[in-house]
Write a protein that binds this ligand. Sequence first.
Ligand code: PEP
Ligand code: MN
Length: 367
Amino acid sequence: MATSTNINILGLSLTSPLIIAGPCSAETEEQVLSTAKQIASLKKASIFRAGIWKPRTRPGSFEGVGSAGLEWLKKVKAETGLLTAVEVANVKHVSEALKSGVDVLWIGARTTVNPFSMQEIADSLQGVNIPVMVKNPINADLDLWIGALERLQKAGIAHLAAVHRGFSSYGKSQYRNKPMWEIPIELKRRMPDIPMICDPSHICGKTELLLNVSQTAMDLDYQGLMIETHFNPASALSDAKQQVTPAELGQLLKEIVIRTSSTKDKKFLSTLEDLRDKIDEIDNNLITILANRMEMARAIGACKKQNGVTILQNSRWNEIVQGRAKQGMEKQLTSGFMIKLFEIIHQESIHHQKQIMQGENIQEKEK
Ligand code: PEP
Ligand code: MN
């Protein structure tokens, strides 16, 4: 990873990409200071993170060292020059963090999810000049994430960033929290001025996947990474499996390839323009093909109506999903994509058939 340029982020001019590193939780003064010194010696990170108040799923687990840890963070700043960041989940946390001179606050996933908590925190930050990072809510609800950012914006917080830490889901997955990249991409489209930082640690839940997720984030033009780093992960009191040592962090950052989001190279630009023209044409054809397919669905609807047959015929539907997934895989398309695609195509077809059977005009209905 070549880290020579600077970016303006969180109201600060910092090395690009922004690297935030530090333990899941502050545990002891020695753990905090030793981890911070080793991170600082890599000369890649700008911000040291540590959870002081820890939101734990079940009572009785380690719930953080509390305000005592803020004194350790002061020492980190004085001895390493790293800026410091802590998670705040209520008004008391905000006031103690501000009193002790923490540089950046972050809102955790379990707080973003709650508009009451978010409003109280935003109210307590009215008139305060401090950067705030907002993690995505636990569940895949983009509006809650946007709402949390808007509450802080309304309170006058000028320097915000969004932290993508993945979304909780039921059932098996290789991730602790599924990345669902389409959600942060849509956030970026709707709030283009909010920088995006990826937290691969909470997405992955284990260290083996960190490189892959971090690389994806960089390729999607994220401005930074927040990576949980502990001087001895095996002994960590929270999130032991997903933390790396400072040396492993250094190695990980070396392996990530940073590509630029634009270039002035004429040949590259004209090739890109050519390829984009082709994509536009293909999309045009796709839309025409989809419209033709829906016309067929309406014709089927009319035919079923005449013959008193129901719209949904499960056997036909199963045949379509399985058959199309197989056909797609033969052409290098993933079966997950094919299934999702045909599910929405099928939904739209049913919608068209229903309109025909009920004798309604589709355009009218949508107005
Ligand atoms: C954390 O950063 O340690 C943390 C608790 O994260 P999240 O809010 O993303 O679960
Ligand atoms: Mn953690």
